[in-house]
Every structure is written in structure tokens, then in C-alpha cells.
Design a protein. Structure first.
Length: 114
């Protein structure tokens, strides 16, 4: 199984508060741009999101794991990408909740479409 691990500091082995399946081959990405390029180039089965990735546009606008999730979901809704299994390993409680809630809503919506 192929996975993206989005985090500006940690690596998958640093996350001890979640249990991932052992068969994931992780690609670690640190920024929104790297995340977008990875998603455009290949289909991944699993994505694990951090919320606070310390990434900003040239205009100073913050890009977070939630921003990355929404971009990936655009590809899914456009039929260019299959919705992967999503984990949220962020320690930011509010940010993690936003990603988790959006993911659950996307799953429900897509199941209703089929």
C-alpha cells in the first residue's frame, strides 16, 4: 500500500498515538506544493495529515493540512483521484477535527453518489 505522510517535522515512525497498518510504503511530504505534486503524479491508498505544516504563500496566507485535504478532495470530486484512506495525526485538536469531519462528510457524499 502506498501512502503520503504530510508533516513539516515528523516522520511516520514518530507518530505513536495512531496505529497504521504495517504494509504502508510512505512518501513524506513537508509542504502544500510537494503534497499537490505528489497527488497529481500518483494515486495513493493512504494519506496521513498534520494540520500545522508551517507553509505560507508569497502573500503570507497560511496553507495547512486542511488546505491540502481540500485540494485533494477537488481532484476526487473532479473524478481524477480516488478518495484514499485518511488518517489525521495532528496534535492541533481543532484543525484535526476539521480534517476528520470533512473526510467523513466526503465519504458519505461519495457513497451516496455510487
Amino acid at each position: 500500500m502506498r501512502g503520503i505522510f504530510l508533516d513539516d517535522e515528523r516522520n511516520p515512525e514518530d507518530v505513536t498515538w495512531l496505529t497504521y497498518t504495517q504494509d504502508i510504503e510512505w512518501t513524506v511530504v513537508r509542504t502544500y506544493g510537494d503534497f499537490e505534486r505528489a497527488v497529481i503524479c500518483e494515486q495513493y491508498d493512504v494519506i496521513s495529515f498534520d494540520h500545522d505544516i508551517q507553509d505560507f504563500t508569497d502573500e503570507g496566507e497560511e496553507r495547512t493540512g486542511y488546505t491540502c485535504f481540500k485540494r485533494m478532495l477537488e481532484f476526487v470530486l473532479d473524478g481524477m483521484y480516488n478518495l484514499p484512506i485518511c488518517y489525521v495525526h495532528s496534535k492541533n485538536v481543532a484543525g484535526a477535527k476539521n480534517i476528520k469531519d470533512h473526510y467523513e462528510n466526503a465519504k458519505k457524499f461519495l457513497q451516496g453518489e455510487r
